[in-house]
Design a protein around this ligand. Structure first.
Ligand code: ATP
Length: 152
């Protein structure tokens, strides 16, 4: 029996490495829509938007909130360089709730176009974080073995 091909996934920001490990598939929030990446994917560089990244290994999934950046795929290696990123279990839900409330409040005020664009982006970041935080495993083991979530 042959081993199934794997992807080597790295998720990094300029400040830290969040994840490195072997996975079966990656679903990434491309700026133009979701990117599904499997082993033997064609080489690719794509811009990332704000959204959820899912790393799948067997029956397990690990979720990350991603705020912009780039993904590079080549020779079964997937490197995500994110502007900001958090693993589901590291998201501070209260902070995201506060950011959501602040952005929503701002959107109700009279503001310049530029301020509205910024508030919309902040709202999107907070909603993504709240959605991803709901995926955090409650007390259970994290994705089996190969993945290493690196500390902050
Ligand atoms: P806030 O208004 O709460 O600072 P923000 O959307 O402006 O939110 P960012 O500029 O996207 O924050 O991120 C700044 C840093 O804070 C990044 O390192 C990011 O990973 C981290 N961060 C932001 N919000 C959260 C959160 N709710 N939980 C954990 N880390 C967070």
């Amino acid at each position: 029996m042959t081993d199934r091909p794997k992807l080597k996934l790295e998720i990094v920001t300029l400040e830290r490495q969040l994840f490195t490990g072997e996975v079966d598939a990656v679903l990434a929030p491309g700026s133009e829509g979701q990117l599904g990446i499997l082993p033997h994917h064609a080489p690719l560089i794509a811009r990332l938007g704000c959204g959820e990244l899912i790393a799948r290994q067997g029956d397990s999934e690990e979720s990350f909130a991603i705020t912009g950046g780039f993904v590079h795929v080549a020779a079964d290696r997937v490197v995500v360089l994110a502007d900001a990123a958090e693993a589901a279990c590291d998201i501070d839900v209260r902070r995201a709730e506060e950011a959501r409330a602040r952005a929503a409040q701002f959107l109700r005020q009279r503001a310049s176009r530029q301020e509205l664009i910024q508030a919309e982006a902040a709202l999107r970041r907070s909603l993504t974080r709240l959605r991803v935080a709901r995926r955090a495993p409650r007390g259970g083991p994290r994705m089996g073995g190969a993945g290493t979530a690196a500390g902050s």
